[in-house]
Design a protein around this ligand. Sequence first.
Ligand SMILES: *Cc1c(COP(=O)(O)O)cnc(C)c1O
Length: 368
Amino acid sequence: MIPISVVEFGTEQEELVLGVLRSGRIAQGELVEQFESRFAELCGTKHAVAVNNGTTALIAALSVLGLRPGDEVLTSPFTFAATLNSILEVGATARFADINESDFTLDPKSVEESLSDSTRVLMPVHLYGQMADMDSLMAIAERHDLVVVEDAAQAHGASVNGRAAGSYGIGAFSFYATKNITTGEGGMITTDDDELAGRLRILRNQGMRARYDYVMVGQNYRMTDLQAALALPQLDRYRESVQKRNEFAGILTERLSGLRGVLEPRVALGREHVWHQYTIRLTPDSGLSREEFVAKLAEHGVGSGVYYPKLVFDYAPYRNHPRVITSEVPVAAHIAAEVVSLPVHPHLTLDDVKKVADTVRVIIEGQG
Ligand SMILES: *Cc1c(COP(=O)(O)O)cnc(C)c1O
């Protein structure tokens, strides 16, 4: 089976982890600090603050904004539950705008139409490794005095016109096992704002400025050096790994183009996609349901994933939630019913990539 994602570490990681174990200092230490400064470099930001996972990164980013009950966060309905859960966790209200068909991220026009008098935060989700249309979204944020928090959990090192994810607003990243850079569990918040970075560091550490000098109600959101040890060697080779994803995505698109009922993912002008996922749309022209298609892929030894099968608010915990304001989002609803992600990760061989594309072709053309 060609898997949809693979976790693979080398001797560098083994040695770094052993070093941490033998040092006896296994909580947050020097390696976390190194990881932060290297990650800030990747994002082109002044600060990066490491935390224990990506959901926490979103929660921490929202927490330091001083939102009040009734304040709204406007986000995408086509995302992972963590985006919505983080908004609810800080006591804010979630509202949704529709997405673009071309890039699966927030549609600026719909954002403009969905704003209310209570909207304080705009939270674009850089889905599958491609950033949202940040020039348009930042202009809207500017006009309406909104803080931008980027859910960049899937977009490490992605950029728009050379400017990286996490450098437009406050960036929130995840290092969960399946992400482009992984520490098992882990997260990072990026910002250029000294004051905000300071607050995030204090919040992360029980609200302490120095030992027992409590200046806010805090949390324990710390990352450990064991996790940072896993990340550092990945950062050394991250550009090459994205290069590979990009090459594989190119091959998939070339081999799938023109296939009835399959729409390949598009990269908008000026955007560098980091291909966290390679996601096609399976339209009714294919003559197959998504379930049939996914099952046939598996029969042929090709793993796949559906991210995400439904709108994020279309689940029982959110349906009658007093702080979840749902709206008509026809584009997102349509796309959620059609997406299928195919393997594109850097641990594939060229033969694997060709097999993935050829298998899709055989299934669609009715020979499989
Ligand atoms: C993975 C992910 C998160 C949450 O990250 P965790 O590290 O799993 O908590 C948030 N948003 C999106 C879009 C994600 O893909």
